[in-house]
Structures are given as C-alpha cells and as structure tokens.
Design a protein around this ligand. Structure first.
Ligand code: SF4
Length: 305
C-alpha cells in the first residue's frame, strides 16, 4: 500500500479546530500523524491516542448517529426495519462493553477501533451513575429518533436516500474539501433535503448554519442541485426539535468565502505550503491557566494535565 500523505484538506471541523488553540490544531492534524502505528515515536503515538479520546457527550452523539445510519442503511438495502427495542438492547450491550474497555485500558491495544474516554484516561472524578445516565440518554434519543416524523418518512421512502454519512472530497477554489452528510435525500421534485442529527445541549445556531452552507455548496457544485431547491434541516434528538435553515445562493457564497479565508490562514502558518509542513512553534499553545486546557483532549502531551 502506498504511504499515506498528509494533505491539507479543508473541513468544517478542521476550520473550527483552527479557530481554537493552534497547538491543539497542530496535535490533531500534524503532531499525531503516523501515530496509528504502535511503533511510532512516543510523542506521536501519545498525540494520536489522545486525539482518539472521546467524552460521554461526544460518544452519545457518535452512537446515536451510528444507530440512525445503520437503521437507514438497512431499509435502503431492502431489509425490514428493526424494532426500536431490539436496537436499544444492542446499543446498551455495546455501550457497557465500550465503557468497560475504556476503564480497564484494553482499548489502547486498538485505539482506532475501540473507544477510550477522557474521563478514564485523565482519571476524572465521574460517579458511576453518570455513566448509567449517559447510556440512558442514548436509549432515550434512539426512541426519539424512531418516533420522529422525518426518520419515519425516510424509512417509508428509502429509495430516495442518496447519501448516508458518505465521506466526499471535492475541490473549492484551490483546496479540497471533505463533507459527510448525515442524510441527503431526494425530495421527489428535483431538489434535495439535507438532514443533520444533533444530540447535544449546546449547539450554536450560527455554527450549524455555516456547516449546512458547506453542504449546500457540495450539493450545488457536485450534485448539480439548483441552490433554490435545497432544504436543510437539523433535528435535535436531545430536545426533540427540528429547525429549518435557509441554504440558498447567499449561504453557499458565504461557505465558499469561509473556506477561502480559513484555508489562507492555515497555509500562512505552514513552513512549506506545497509539502504541508507544519511546525509546532508556528502553532503556539494557549496561555498557561487558560480554562480550555482543563478539558482539552491533548492536555497530557501538552504538559497541562
Ligand atoms: S492543553 Fe491547552 S494549550 Fe495545550 S493543546 Fe490543549 S488547549 Fe492548547
């Protein structure tokens, strides 16, 4: 297999990481590169392992997204939907196993495939009932999903589902961009509906709108959907709410502009743009004592435990 090349490919999440601590961004996209190899230098391996850490809130989102994806993939493949009770029972078993593997450290044998929690890795003081509460929240959101009118509609017309968490890469003004839409579905009238599941408490409306704008850019440029035929919705499964976002020419142009500005800022810090060479000294840490360090996934390798 050819060696993997570390390229600067823009994504909404990369842009958000860059907007925060520059050293954390560097660990995420450069300092951990190659750390999937257990024989990598210790600092690279540590950065990679810490990059893989999750939290109860992030894990809730990951599991619920996988539940939604699996269910829709199943009906799209022509299989009958599974009853929610069956899904929830499987999720509960999986959740307990993942928590146990994180707690006993066995996840470290395969950090790319297993789940490790920051709470365990950094020995945070989390009462046992908080883990049970996280599992119950996943189960509750699975029930909300199953009852949601849009999820039911998707299960009724699975042939219209065009994309399900598929990672896509496409060029925008001199940089490649990654997107992975939760769901993209034909509306049956020449347009598309983009659906985004949210599972958390603190989602920022402007951030969601920006992300959906990038998806709109993808739909127009790569799928040829007219800008006025795109509807974007985010469904918050924690609060059982749905919000429609405008994604038209203005939002798509804003996304294009954000990609250009953010990419230029990322490149400005590179020692070699063509080789995508980034040095840590060009990506400084936050000042000592910054509150963000207390919960940062890289606080171990960064010396801010
Ligand atoms: S611990 Fe603080 S300074 Fe270090 S990477 Fe994280 S946020 Fe940045």
């Amino acid at each position: 297999m050819a060696d993997l090349v570390n390229e600067l490919v823009w994504s909404h999440s990369r842009s958000k990481a860059f907007a925060g601590c520059k050293r954390a961004y560097w660990f995420n996209y450069y300092g951990s590169w190659g750390g999937w190899d257990a024989a990598a230098p210790t600092d690279v391996r540590d950065a990679y392992v810490q990059k893989k850490l999750t939290t109860r809130a992030m894990w809730t989102g990951t599991v619920v997204h996988q539940v939604a994806e699996d269910a829709l993939r199943r009906v799209r493949d022509g299989d009958a939907p599974r009853p929610v009770e069956q899904v929830v029972a499987a999720v509960r078993n999986r959740a307990r196993r993942e928590i146990a593997e994180s707690l006993d450290g066995s996840w470290l044998a395969r950090p790319a495939r297993r789940v490790g929690f920051r709470e365990h890795y950094y020995q945070e003081d989390v009462p046992p009932e908080s883990w049970e509460a996280a599992i119950l929240e996943i189960e509750r959101q699975a029930h909300v999903l199953w009852e949601h009118r849009l999820f039911r509609r998707l299960q009724a017309v699975p042939g219209r589902i065009r994309e399900l968490e598929d990672l896509r890469r496409f060029p925008v003004d001199g940089v490649d961009v990654y997107v992975a839409l939760d769901v993209l579905v034909d509306d049956g009238r020449g347009g598309v509906v983009i659906l985004d599941w949210k599972t958390g408490d603190n989602h920022d409306g402007a951030d969601i709108a920006a992300q959906l704008g990038v998806y709109g850019l993808y739909a127009t440029q790569q799928l040829g959907v007219p800008a006025d035929r795109i509807v974007a919705m985010h469904v918050n499964l924690r609060h059982d709410t749905e919000t429609r976002h405008p994604v038209g020419a203005a939002e798509i142009e804003a996304a294009r502009s954000t990609i250009a500005t953010s990419t230029a800022s990322m490149r400005e810090r590179l020692a070699d743009v063509a080789g995508n060479l980034a040095l840590p000294e060009a990506h400084p840490p936050l000042p000592v004592g910054d509150p963000a360090c207390a919960t940062c996934t890289f606080r171990g390798i960064c010396g801010r435990r």
